[in-house]
Design a protein. Structure first.
Length: 82
């Protein structure tokens, strides 16, 4: 007797292949302080100094302090040396 399996059909060339489900998650718009420290490699104290100087933008929502990722990217771009 032949064995019956219930495999999913192979995607055709016209259908996009399903990739890792996490690849569909959009990049964050903002991050919290500890994540910003890890992303940039800047120390926590220096990050707070840059916020105080206005070099990095912040967004306050309730008691949470969020840093727009675009602000971190601009900071790094402004300080880039070729």
């Amino acid at each position: 007797m032949p064995r019956i399996t219930r495999n999913r059909p192979m995607p055709s060339e016209s259908e996009p292949a399903q990739s890792d489900p996490q690849s569909c998650i959009p990049a964050p718009l903002s991050v919290r302080i500890p994540v910003a420290v890890k992303m940039t490699g800047i120390g926590r104290s220096k990050l707070y100094e840059l916020i105080q100087e206005g070099a990095i933008d912040i967004v306050k929502i309730g008691s949470s302090t969020l840093i727009p990722v675009a602000s971190l990217e601009k900071l790094l771009e402004r300080n880039r040396r070729c």
